[in-house]
Design a protein around this ligand. Sequence first.
Ligand SMILES: [Zn+2]
Length: 436
Amino acid sequence: MSEILIKNGKVILFKNNDVILDKKDILIENDTIIKIENKIDEKGEYYVIDAKNRIIMPGLINTHAHIPMSIFRETTEGYKLYDWLNKVIWPIEDKLTDEEVYYASMLSFIEMIATGTTCINDQYFFSKAIRKAAEDTRVRTVLTRTIQDIDGKDKMNERIKDFIELYETRNRNDSLITYTVAPHALYTCSGECLSEVAKLAEKYNLPVHVHFLESIDEIEDIKQKHGEEAIYVLKKYFNNVHTILAHCVKLDDKDIEILKGMDCGIAHNPVSNLRLGCKIADITKYLDNGINVALGTDGQGSGSNLDMIETMKIACLMQGGIHENEKRITAKDVIKMATINGAKLLKLDNEIGSIEIGKKADIIILDMEEKLDNITTLPNLNEISNIVYNINGRNVVTTIINGNILMEERKIKNLDLELVLNQCNKVVKEIKEALN
Ligand SMILES: [Zn+2]
């Protein structure tokens, strides 16, 4: 039996809808949090982590990403979304190999561990290579095989076959990897394709994960393709399944009313939306209407990086750009969005998203000590605001997922960054050539 005792830290807890900080010790047995008390004696054979001057919080949950896209970091400058996909991303993705995707995924998983993300919701292909990287790193992953039929029915059938093969070959004893069914978007999927996807989601009882109303071009494209507005297409196919909607930048009041009545929530990707010039999603309004909103980074191609602490800050600030002097989301709201709301969106809130007895030990520890490295937080008058506005992923010193310590005192355990980087740099060379 392995037991970890985290002592002397201040813990972020959710109480009666509020976010509070309380000095507590935490005891983890195997993969589960079993005690949260003012003081836990060090009598047992515990592995002790001293968290004095540190903040302990639930691991961050990234609800929309494309894990292998680490290799596309900084290829988007100067492109609009459709041009970037058509001219840069899709032609290169066509030539990728399983091995390249494996190492690109390993790089992203190391980035997550190093910046405090303990769970990620992926949407990509080469899914077995990504699964191998998830298994090797032990980061909690929601996996899929993206489905679309913009290039014909045969391709769609291949993708569906791939997905079924991926899901049927899952390791049923590995609770760290779960699955969604993922149509890419309503503008890349025909009605037949969406109907096939909905059938799969119902058959396997899995959530659907789809890009939805990310940019203005999409609105007309969907109308032309399906003969009706996006929201009605969504409701027609996915009314009976839990749906994770990535982006939702372009929702109008009618869309919000309809979404309120559906079993769905939103993965908000502020950096990616700004980077691709897709404008700002009014998440203050969505939350006020009772729609669950969580946070994501999108792939590094458009999202730049997987730093969810940076994402929290930008999500909060952006709302000030569209709500003049009005009530808008706070640092506490955004901490919930990056943790418990994410867990709810991924249907994993019974297991993760908060530090509670009985939940899985997905925990990160932040260094907020009063020292020069943390000068941007001093004097530390409000730790919760400081987490959102004045630190970043590099302040995460320890990352624990499912009771495994994957990084301690900023040392990543059992993973070879140099090897991973060497492998990724080979692919990057090819990408650079393709861009020229
Ligand atoms: Zn995306």
